[in-house]
Design a protein around this ligand. Structure first.
Ligand code: NAP
Ligand code: ZN
Ligand code: ZN
Length: 346
């Protein structure tokens, strides 16, 4: 397999730079994908900056990948050359544990193999989607429905499934009052999906700067969390709240916005511990939970759901040379609402 062009982080502090990347040969069950687009997830930034713990450099990140199949291994049955496909946050798992056999590979009891910065079956470190091509086991490759615009589909592979899965698991539908905290890449997908599921959707954003967008994307209400009145006005309102914020929040203040039996699901993943005043839980039998992406079958279901409901992320298409500037804009909450790298510019 020839070397492909990519962008890699050389260290926790240096900017990402062009990097020649060696992909493995296509094995019997592998698919070689020519990457067309790769999304930029805030997890990419946490990872390369070592915020979740030390990693090995150089590291190529990116786990929102779409493209076309260029080559398939001898025993591949699920995909054909030319197919429109996607790869999300995982590239393998044990396949035999109780979670894998239930289709919840993200919770594999042996630990799933992440698309980047994970130890692969051959002992190498997985390298992600900011590159021209990738080789992935066929079972971890998703089908992209024909009606989805490929240039905007990549963010569904992480941001889309990360919101779809908890909204389904917590039974969101008509009559559910849902709050989405933070309207970035994940949050704006939460607004669109919860709206499509028939819920009454409220966005809790730091300011009202994104209000017009939020209402256009499907929110019924929009509040600024910088205004203390928001927390008085909305006390005890919500059945389900999904926190997508990448930084630590005063979780207790948000728990108090839940109804009796309400659930706050944290998908945002700041490295710092979050403090919870337990009386905010026990006084109203509230739940504080977490959720991580979704399994392969559910990810396919989400792609098909988005195709059926005409749901796509709001994206800004960038050249590879803009990645470092894009990172700074993500950090400044100045992304509307997902950066997607045009892989032809690597
Ligand atoms: P993002 O695009 O940067 O969005 C995060 C949003 O949070 C921002 O747009 C902003 O929204 C709000 N925010 C940021 N800093 C804040 C602060 N200091 N205080 C209050 N609000 C703040 O990031 P993302 O890609 O959506 O990812 C969000 C988080 O989810 C990251 O930690 C990421 O690692 C994690 N994640 C988890 C999973 C999972 O499986 N659980 C999957 C993917 C990502 P407003 O401007 O609206 O306030
Ligand atoms: Zn992600
Ligand atoms: Zn497993």
């Amino acid at each position: 397999m020839p070397t492909v062009k990519s962008y890699a982080a050389p260290s926790a502090t240096g900017p990402l730079v062009p990097h020649p990347l060696e992909r493995r040969d296509v094995g019997a069950h592998d698919v070689l994908i020519d990457i067309a687009y790769a999304g930029i997830c805030h997890s990419d930034i946490h990872t390369v900056r070592g915020e979740w713990g030390p990693i090995t450099y150089p590291q190529v990140v990116g786990h929102e990948i779409v493209g076309h199949v260029r080559e398939v291994g001898d025993e591949v049955t699920r995909h054909q050359v030319g197919d429109r496909v996607g790869v999300g946050c995982m590239v393998n798992s044990c396949r035999t544990c109780a979670q894998c056999t239930e289709g919840q590979e993200q919770y594999c009891l042996e630990g799933n193999i992440g698309t980047y910065a994970s130890v692969d079956v051959d002992g190498s470190i997985t390298q992600g989607g900011y590159s021209q091509a990738v080789v992935v086991n066929e079972d971890f490759v998703l089908r992209v429905p024909e009606s989805l615009d490929l240039a905007r589909t990549a963010p569904l592979l992480c941001a889309g499934i990360t919101l779809y899965s908890p909204l389904q698991h917590w039974g969101v539908g008509p009559g559910t009052k849902v709050a989405i905290v933070g309207m970035g890449g994940l949050g704006h997908m939460g607004v669109k999906i919860a709206h499509a599921l028939g819920a009454e959707v409220t966005v809790l954003s730091q300011s009202l700067r994104k209000q017009e967008d939020g209402l256009r994307l499907g929110a019924d209400h929009f509040y600024a969390t910088s205004d203390p009145a928001t927390f008085e006005q909305l006390a005890g309102q919500f059945d389900v709240m999904v926190n997508t914020v990448s930084a630590p929040l005063d979780i207790t203040a948000y728990l108090n916005l839940l109804d009796v039996d309400g659930s706050l699901i944290n998908v945002g993943a700041p490295p710092e511990p979050l403090e919870v005043a337990v009386f905010a839980l026990i006084g109203k039998r509230r739940t504080f939970a977490g959720s991580m992406i979704g399994g392969l079958a559910e990810t396919q279901e989400m792609l098909d759901f988005c195709a059926e409901h005409d749901i796509l992320p709001e994206t800004e298409l960038i050249d590879a040379s803009y990645i470092n500037e894009a990172y700074e804009r993500v950090m400044a909450s100045d992304v509307r609402y997902r950066f997607v790298i045009d892989a032809s510019t690597f």
